[in-house]
Design a protein. Structure first.
Length: 70
């Protein structure tokens, strides 16, 4: 079910959500959700770079939100 979203819109949503930790995780989830031609949409150098950046930003935000031990 894609609720009218494009493959790339959903890919970026997944990258920012924390449910996917790698590009392959994103591809698998998109396929499970019924998106077609996932590899073709999520394979270009610029797209994968942007998705990785979105995942990195999300992970940094999660780390910053964690209370410090000590």
């Amino acid at each position: 079910m894609n609720n009218g979203q494009s493959t790339l819109e959903r890919a970026f949503e997944l990258a920012r959500s924390g449910t996917c930790r790698t590009i392959d995780d994103i591809r698998r989830q998109l396929s499970k959700e019924g998106f077609e031609l996932v590899h073709a949409h999520v394979s270009g150098g610029m797209i994968t770079k942007q998705l990785k950046a979105a995942m990195t930003q999300r992970m940094a935000a999660e780390t910053a939100a964690m209370p410090e031990a000590g």
